[in-house]
Design a protein around this ligand. Structure first.
Ligand code: AMP
Ligand code: FE
Ligand code: FE
Ligand code: ZN
Length: 282
């Protein structure tokens, strides 16, 4: 079975609407795709309709923006949680709102040096979508300032850049607890992706495991080989399962659907624990 458990639509920073994403999943001969937009489940309904049409399995999911007390950014994937759970909704709403204020602030700073305004950025954001730096990157591309999102992230938009602003995000240990309380299955996304910035220290992993973390996204292009070996040992020690996924963002990143896959056994573990919403399996 070809199972890819991490993909974005234009409900966050992917470039395709959910229905197109599911069509692309069918093209990539996937049996099961998880839709994991940043801090939003708004794409679930459209994705489910499209999954039925395409005959592709769908695991409704989300990628929660988190930040440790030391300021390290952590992404937590979750699957099959109850999308109406009030405590979890409150946190993702706070993150979404903070992302908007933060994007406005970054655009203000950028506007001092580049011919760029808020309208240029919002032109790249689908209505109601979770906004992020990739949308600012799209505006920089459209203005001819950089060639693609990757070049924007390598220069103007890095976390070391003078234009960078951080935003509120829930503590990852609390996020794990909230996901479990909402009947969801929490999985640490690209946990050792050092290229993106600082990586969480081992204590954070252990605290997340104690809080109910269930899986580690080991096979992800941003995890370097030594990091993956460490993750495999940690999974062995703690009994966590391991996933592999693409983190597909449409045309926004080179990541291709199905470039990493998750085993059927792991999918079954997720289905057994996730009780907040049903999966669709044709
Ligand atoms: P933000 O959450 O707004 O801080 O932006 C981070 C998001 O940008 C992540 O979700 C990534 O998917 C995306 N991203 C990070 N690096 C790159 C890159 N080099 N090219 C394209 N997208 C990227
Ligand atoms: Fe993203
Ligand atoms: Fe992520
Ligand atoms: Zn992602």
């Amino acid at each position: 079975m070809r199972i890819d458990l991490h993909a974005h639509s234009n409900v966050s920073d992917g470039t395709q609407p959910p229905a197109e994403l599911l069509a692309a999943a069918a093209q990539a001969r996937l049996d099961v795709l998880a839709l994991t937009d940043h801090d939003s489940t708004d794409g679930w309904a459209e994705a489910l309709d499209a999954a039925r049409q395409q005959g592709v399995g769908l695991l409704p999911g989300m990628e929660i923006s988190c930040k440790t007390s030391q300021g390290v950014s952590v992404h937590l994937l979750c699957y099959l949680h109850d999308p109406f759970n009030a405590d979890l909704l409150e946190e993702i709403t706070k993150a979404k709102d903070a992302r908007l204020t933060r994007a406005e602030c970054m655009v203000e700073r950028l506007a001092e040096d580049y011919p760029l305004n808020w309208d240029d950025v919002s032109a790249h954001v689908a209505p109601g979508a979770t906004i992020g730096r990739p949308h600012i990157a799209d505006a920089l591309v459209a203005a001819g300032i950089v060639a693609d999102r990757n070049e924007a992230f390598a220069s103007i938009l890095t976390s070391h850049s003078r234009y960078f602003v951080s935003h509120y995000a829930v503590d990852p240990v609390l996020a794990v607890e909230l996901v479990r309380a909402a009947g969801g299955v929490p999985v640490f996304a690209h946990p050792v992706a050092s290229e993106r910035g600082r990586v969480a220290p081992p204590e954070v992993f252990h605290d997340m495991v104690d809080a109910g973390l269930l899986g580690l996204e080991v096979e992800h292009r941003d995890n370097p080989p030594e990091g993956r070996a460490w993750l495999r040992r940690l999974a062995q020690e703690t009994g966590l399962f391991m996933t592999g996924s693409s983190d597909y963002h449409g045309a926004g990143k080179p990541n291709l659907l199905g470039e990493n896959l998750t085993s059927r056994e792991v999918l079954e573990r997720i289905l057994a624990v996730g009780t907040g919403t049903p999966a669709y399996l044709p």
